[in-house]
Design a protein around this ligand. Structure first.
Ligand code: ZN
Length: 114
């Protein structure tokens, strides 16, 4: 469970949630995490006005579509580097390679399901 992703998901929920009965908005106090395992989380929301409960099932997904492509590029770069070593390599090529290897980062997106 990624704490940051969960936190931003709950913040987002507070901002966007409207009670289906009375359209009232909720605060952090009305939100209760009932169950959480791996990337799945069940959240109970109680309306502060009409006390209606809503169960929200959510998945916190961490995915980086670019990472596979990035990894391929990195492997290709290493192959290129190996062949470059045979022919001689300059400093800028090494710098470019380390930049490529550091360019991976994790994108977090939240999906809501009612
Ligand atoms: Zn309500």
């Amino acid at each position: 469970m990624n704490y940051q992703a969960l936190k931003s998901m709950i913040e987002n929920l507070i901002k966007t949630y409207k009670c289906p009965e009375c359209k009232s908005s909720v605060t952090e106090e009305n939100i209760d995490i009932v169950w959480a395992a791996w990337a799945n989380v069940n959240i109970d929301v109680e309306c502060p006005k009409c006390k209606k409960h809503s169960m929200i099932k959510s998945q916190i997904i961490q995915m980086n579509i670019n990472s596979i492509e990035g990894l391929r590029n990195s492997i290709q770069n290493i192959k290129n580097l190996k062949s470059s070593i045979k022919h001689g390599i300059n400093d800028s090529e090494i710098t470019n390679l380390s930049k490529d290897l550091k360019s991976e980062h994790i994108n977090v997106s939240d999906l809501f399901e009612k």
